[in-house]
Design a protein around this ligand. Sequence first.
Ligand SMILES: Nc1nc2c(ncn2[C@@H]2O[C@H](COP(=O)(O)OP(=O)(O)OP(=O)(O)O)[C@@H](O)[C@H]2O)c(=O)[nH]1
Ligand SMILES: [Mg+2]
Length: 335
Amino acid sequence: MIIPDIPTYKEILDKAFSRARKSGEKLRTLRIPRNVKYRRIEETKIQTACDVMISTLKRILDKTPIIDELPEFYQDYIDVTVGIDELKKSLGAINRAIKIISQLKREYTKRIKFSSPKEAYKLRREIYGRISSVIKEIKDDLDFLDFAKNRLKNMPTIDFDAVTVVIAGYPNVGKSTLLRKLTGANPEVAEYPFTTKGIQIGYRKIGWGKLQVVDTPGLLDRPVDKMNEIELQALVALENLADLMIFIFDPSETCGYPLEKQFALYKNLRKVFNVPIISVFNKIDLVENLKYLKKYINKVENPILVSATEGKGLKKLIAKLEELYERLERKIWKT
Ligand SMILES: Nc1nc2c(ncn2[C@@H]2O[C@H](COP(=O)(O)OP(=O)(O)OP(=O)(O)O)[C@@H](O)[C@H]2O)c(=O)[nH]1
Ligand SMILES: [Mg+2]
């Protein structure tokens, strides 16, 4: 998506010199004095070779977005997948190569103007050597950009204007089931460097707008102080994105985590995400002793009892989402 196709340094050289040869050939039949003609041929070759290199490199820069102007979420994404500094360094090297080749083109075009055919030939050979070296010197940068292009190809498409709710909770509590219930059968699954399973995104129409629902398996399911650097970065990225959070508890504990532990995670995330939370107590169909839940229900924000598989409580959940959505929309309009 974000970076265009990147040629190898060899491809750039081949293209530049073969085009140059062809444009030189075209002048062979010109009916002008031989001295002038030979000089013109070499001059044309120089200009074509330089122009092809410059336009090939410029195209890379033009088609690559300005990193600093990307939404923060994408910047974080790029940083984790390929490294922002490396990417900027490579783009900078391409930019410098364009400048050097342009400068050489100007210099040699001037020098060749008053040269003899023999000198013209020599000058053309000379600049071919120099621009070849310039291109060879950016070999690693081109390779890196090609690598980055492939790594960033599957960047999730995220709608930054949509109100976004992030689903969090321990594994197996029913996050994906709920995402499907809220947004339809097939959420988009995009590769995501922060999680092994990818990020799942679904949309739900609300009034004239839409709610973006994001599930991030294997990411928001551990205490913040246990996260490694990449996970922390992911957390920051998500925090940028989230307007709302649905935190799912599994009070049946069939997910394998005791409620107390789930509550600790909830408290942890509430500290990091400064957004309204809807606390879903899922799998309520499996819970016999509701008294046990009371203690937690009383301590969390917007508690709702749900059975995602049986559809129980979903209406209430959706009503809550719509209510918070309206409030957020109004806030967004005001700013
Ligand atoms: N009985 C019952 N089972 C449910 C309910 N919601 C989800 N499950 C089941 O719980 C299991 C886990 O559900 P998922 O939706 O995959 O859970 P998840 O949180 O996305 O899991 P990870 O992606 O592994 O973190 C599945 O077998 C679901 O069918 C529910 O309300 N009641
Ligand atoms: Mg899941």
